[in-house]
Write a protein that binds this ligand. Structure first.
Ligand code: NDP
Ligand code: 2IT
Length: 444
């Protein structure tokens, strides 16, 4: 058996019942297979891939909190510190009832190579909880966040591990988490990113993942001889990533026809209205039915369905495995030009294969959504030098990071003899830097 196949079999055997983690590892290993085959003896001797697929540390803890009725609730908290070869662990926290160790491990694994692609010194980590923020009062959210941080603070620090937001964790939650960290440790330091602007946050971090996705797509289309201006798009999700992806898309002259949440989706023939969407989701924390009430020309559908709408571009920005093989077939039949992933691992493996083999320009998550964590690293830099940069400065750096990623993954794909295969390009380029750092640091 080849080394790659051996390691994959080992990962499945050692981490049973974690299909999302298997999926992320499988895609990655398939991409780097040609590189591994060339260095098989050396990598095998150093157990490079075993070390890469085994988190440095997995933390799992009890999170008790009291709800508004006085009832004690118990959730599980997680932090996976996956790889610190190129910098302190860095990655978001996800609060969603579907969270378990396998989700956090897949996200932490992806984060290693995403962070490497940003070109900045950040290692890979991820955390979260099966806590469901939906329908909770602000006091309940605060009680949960304080309890969560009362354990997590032991494991993090500005030069150790720097969490941020992800699904269900935005500015409100980061504020409560930061306050509790400061209260317990007495330290005012850049231990979290995505902070509010009044206490050390960076301008443009809120917008960064969505904006970055569009800067990435714009450049990727350019190197493929296409102009984004005048194109149409379908977007899934209606959270942080989706909202700012839609905003930047519209600024670049793209008409965005859809968005979705966990219960339904909107088709707006006039283009999604960002101020309305922000009011519904960021201010009122309501369902998309409220968007329909405010925009009578739009149509609301229960369930899923954004990929059935004909458009040039598709941006999955909600969650993992939300774009399957049938969706990929529909997109191709409707003539989609490019699919770029705002969410983490939103496309199933067979959907990705189908899109790539049918000539669709495919921008994989770990490259396309790296603008969020890239800008988090810029927030860390500002915290270290105790200065704040202007919106324009941060935005210009973000744009340059995304342009560099496009060219790096394009080059890596070409060098591997797979021009246009940006999945291979992203995995290989992300891997080579981490592997080099791991080799240089010996067996740790
Ligand atoms: P949010 O919590 O802000 O938004 C998530 C959106 O997806 C919501 O509109 C949510 O619906 C919808 N959704 C639909 N189905 C699901 C489901 N099964 N599970 C969870 N959400 C669902 O999260 P973000 O926008 O921050 O994250 C979206 C994706 O982008 C995730 O994959 C995340 O890992 C990834 N990502 C986020 C980054 C960031 O900086 N925030 C950076 C890079 C990637 P509803 O409104 O009903 O809750
Ligand atoms: O998936 C991701 O890259 C994020 N949720 C952002 C992580 C970060 O540290 O900003």
């Amino acid at each position: 058996m080849s080394y790659v196949d051996e390691v994959y079999a080992r990962v499945v055997a050692k981490n049973p019942a974690e299909p999302e983690f298997h999926q992320a590892v499988k895609e990655f290993l398939e991409s780097i297979r040609p590189i591994v085959d060339k260095h098989e003896e050396e990598y095998r001797k150093n157990a490079l891939l075993e070390r890469l697929t085994e988190p440095e540390r997995q933390i799992r803890f009890r999170v008790p909190w009291v709800d508004d009725k006085g009832q004690v609730q118990v959730n599980t908290g997680y932090r996976v510190q996956f790889n610190s070869a190129i910098g302190p662990y860095k990655g978001g926290l996800r609060f969603h009832p579907s969270v378990y160790m396998g989700i956090i491990k897949f996200l932490g694994f992806e984060q290693i190579f995403k962070n490497s692609l940003t070109g900045l010194p950040i290692g890979g980590g991820k955390g979260g909880s099966d806590f469901d923020p939906k329908g909770k009062s602000d006091r309940e959210i605060m009680a949960f966040c304080q309890s969560f941080m009362t354990e997590l603070y032991k494991h993090i620090g500005a030069d150790v591990d720097v969490p941020a937001g992800d699904i269900g964790v935005g500015g409100r939650e980061i504020g409560f988490l930061y306050g509790q960290y400061k209260r317990i440790t007495g330290k005012y330091e850049g231990v979290l990113t995505g902070k509010g602007l009044s206490y050390g946050g960076s301008l443009a971090r809120t917008e960064a993942t969505g904006y970055g996705l569009l800067y990435f797509t714009d450049e990727l289309l350019k190197i493929n001889g296409k102009d984004i201006k005048g194109m149409t798009a379908v977007v899934s999700g209606a959270g942080n990533v989706a909202i700012y992806a839609i905003q930047k898309a519209e600024e670049l002259g793209v008409k965005v026809l859809t968005c979705s949440d966990s219960t339904g989706w909107i088709y707006d023939p006039d283009g999604i209205d960002v101020p309305t969407l922000k009011e519904v989701k960021e201010v009122n924390r309501a369902r998309l039915t409220q968007y329909k009430e405010k925009r009578p020309n739009s149509v609301y559908h229960e369930g899923r369905g954004v990929w059935t709408v004909k458009a040039d571009l598709a941006f999955p920005c909600a969650t993992q495995n939300e774009l399957n093989l049938d969706d990929a077939k529909t997109l191709v039949a409707n003539g989609v030009v490019a699919v770029c992933e705002g969410a983490n691992m939103p496309s199933t493996l067979d959907a990705t294969e189908y899109l790539k083999s049918n000539g669709v320009i495919f921008g994989p998550a770990k490259a396309a959504n790296a603008g969020g964590v890239g800008t988090s690293a810029l927030e860390m830099s500002q915290n270290s030098e105790r200065l704040s940069w202007t919106f324009e400065e941060v935005d210009a750096k973000l744009k340059q990071i995304m342009i560099n990623i496009v060219h790096n993954i394009d080059e890596a794909a070409k060098e591997a003899g797979k021009p246009g295969d940006y999945v291979a390009g992203a995995n290989i380029a992300g891997f080579l830097k981490v592997a080099d750092a791991m080799n240089a640091q010996g067996i740790v």
